[in-house]
Write a protein of this length. Structure first.
Length: 198
């Protein structure tokens, strides 16, 4: 009976670890690493321009290079990934690697894609000339948000910046390095090996 109980507990641990891990790695955004070689489904507005570049990326081979205008307001230009729904009661994390030789500001804003453009956890950052990951986590959604979009406001100043490894996922922040370093099957195999050796 004790062996059965240990086996059952071990199996449950493996299942729960696998389910929790798989949930954390699901990036809701298509082409978040720009490896498709084109920006779609990303878009810009307000006289900003964008181009997918090869080489020098923080992850993979490609990144997105943008030029920014000076708007009357910082939200007069932006980079967007549209076509989402944020589910009531859930929290989401938005993370992106950025660099700017001009030290530009950028505003992260998961938002309602219609008037009054309600934001959820929006925050501004100042970029540096080295790749760094910036991240926000929303509060729990007060209701279903539809249509929703991921918006980066970039109308603070004239300049340029690069973005790569953009992730939007349910739950609290999980570092990209941890996601890349461990795969669910590796974790399961390791845990199962430890259990069998007992």
């Amino acid at each position: 009976m004790a062996k059965f109980r240990s086996f059952f507990l071990a199996v449950m641990c493996v299942v729960l670890l696998g389910a929790g891990y798989a949930h954390a790695v699901d990036n809701i955004l298509a082409n978040g690493g720009f490896e498709d070689g084109i920006p779609d489904p990303w878009s810009v507005y307000g006289d900003a321009t964008m181009e997918v570049m090869q080489g020098g990326a923080i992850e993979g081979n490609s990144y997105l290079h943008l030029t920014t205008p000076l708007g009357a307001n910082f939200w007069d230009a932006g980079l967007q990934h549209a076509g989402h729904t944020f589910d009531e009661g859930k929290i989401y994390t938005l993370a992106a690697y950025l660099r700017s030789p001009n030290g530009l500001d950028i505003n992260f804003k998961p938002e309602l894609a219609a008037d009054p453009w309600t934001g959820y956890g929006d925050q501004a950052f100042t970029m540096t000339d080295n790749w760094e990951e910036y991240t926000i986590t929303t509060p729990p959604m007060p209701n279903d948000v539809n249509p929703a979009t991921i918006t980066f406001h970039i109308g603070y100043a004239v300049g340029e910046f690069d973005i790569d490894g953009v992730r939007f996922f349910e739950g609290e922040y999980v570092p990209a390095e941890e996601l890349a370093a461990v795969q669910p099957e590796d974790k399961t195999a390791t845990l199962w090996g430890e259990i069998k050796s007992r």
